[in-house]
Structure formats: C-alpha cells, structure tokens
Design a protein around this ligand. Structure first.
Ligand code: SF4
Ligand code: SF4
Length: 163
C-alpha cells in the first residue's frame, strides 16, 4: 500500500465544482468560498504562481460543473489555483483506492471502495468480473493481494492506496 497520488486529471474538480460557491470577492485573487455540500465557509487566495493562469487561462466550464478555480495547464494536466488554501473536502478527497495500469504504464482503471471498478478496457472488465470479484468477500489485505496477483498474471500492475 502506498500514499494516494493525484495525477491531476481534474475529473473530481469538474464535478465537485457544483458545490463551490464564491460568496464574496475582495479582489480577483481573494475570495470567500462556501462549500455547499459541507457548509464550510473559508477565505481562499489564488496562489501567486497561478495568477496568470487563473486570469487568462481557458475559463472553466461552469455550466458542466467545473470548479471556478480549476484551470488547465499547457501540458494538459489540471491545477487547483487556490491549492494552498483549498477547502477541507478537497484536501481529504481520494478518488480511488486502487489505480490499474497497463503494460505501458498508462492508467486503464480505477477502483473505488473495496471492489467497484471503473474502466473503459473491456478485457480488464472481464478479468475483474470473472477472477477478482468472486473473491471480494476476502478480508481486505487478502483481497488486495488477490487483486495484485490476478492482475499481474494478465500484464496489469496496480497501485493500492492507504485508505
Ligand atoms: S483526485 Fe483523482 S480524479 Fe481528482 S484530479 Fe486527482 S487523480 Fe483526478
Ligand atoms: S477548490 Fe481546487 S481542489 Fe477543490 S474542487 Fe476547486 S479546483 Fe478542485
């Protein structure tokens, strides 16, 4: 098990944004943010390093649920422009308990909770359903070992994160 790592795909912030409401703006870089889903109300500041990106980067797609502080960087990854002062829900959020990689090291699947797989890879889906899921009643550590063994036998590797 390793510590969770974020690949900055931005997907969570494209939906969490529905809950991020800018209540008051003191300047373009200083706001009061209310997190509708938790009731948290905090002052947030755009990090100095992200100010140009915040002002001039591609504006977020609010209508589809993007957080107003999410921006896309030149390399295609996404950044939280208020990273240092982001709310608790964002600091503690883990999008998965396991990340599954193919032989080239590309992410092809994510597991939420103990065994809920999200993937667009039909082969991985089939392996999961036939060889992994039937053992999902095993105790957690044993099930984690089982996942690693089965996936490795098909050429996949997995990163399992501390919960
Ligand atoms: S927490 Fe997960 S979904 Fe959110 S940006 Fe990081 S890798 Fe993507
Ligand atoms: S505050 Fe930052 S981490 Fe939280 S949803 Fe917005 S962009 Fe994502």
């Amino acid at each position: 098990m390793t510590e969770f790592t974020c690949t900055r795909c931005g997907k969570c912030c494209m939906s969490l944004g529905r809950h991020m409401h800018i209540e008051k703006s003191l300047s373009p870089f200083s706001h009061t943010l209310r997190v509708l889903v938790t009731g948290e109300r905090i002052p947030v500041q755009v990090n100095p390093a992200f100010r140009d990106l915040f002002l001039w980067g591609t504006p977020p797609a609010y209508e589809t649920g993007w957080c107003p502080f999410l921006r896309k960087e030149g390399d295609g990854t996404f950044v939280c422009t208020i990273y240092s002062s982001r709310p608790v829900i964002c600091r503690t959020f883990r999008c998965c308990t396991m990340r599954i990689l193919d032989e080239a090291g590309s992410e092809v699947g994510k597991v939420k909770g103990k065994s809920s797989l999200s993937t667009a890879d039909p082969v991985l889906r089939q392996i999961w359903e036939r060889e992994v899921l039937p053992s999902s009643t095993l105790p957690e550590a044993q099930f984690a070992r089982h996942c690693r063994t089965v996936l490795a036998s098909h050429g996949y590797t997995c990163e399992q994160f501390d919960s």
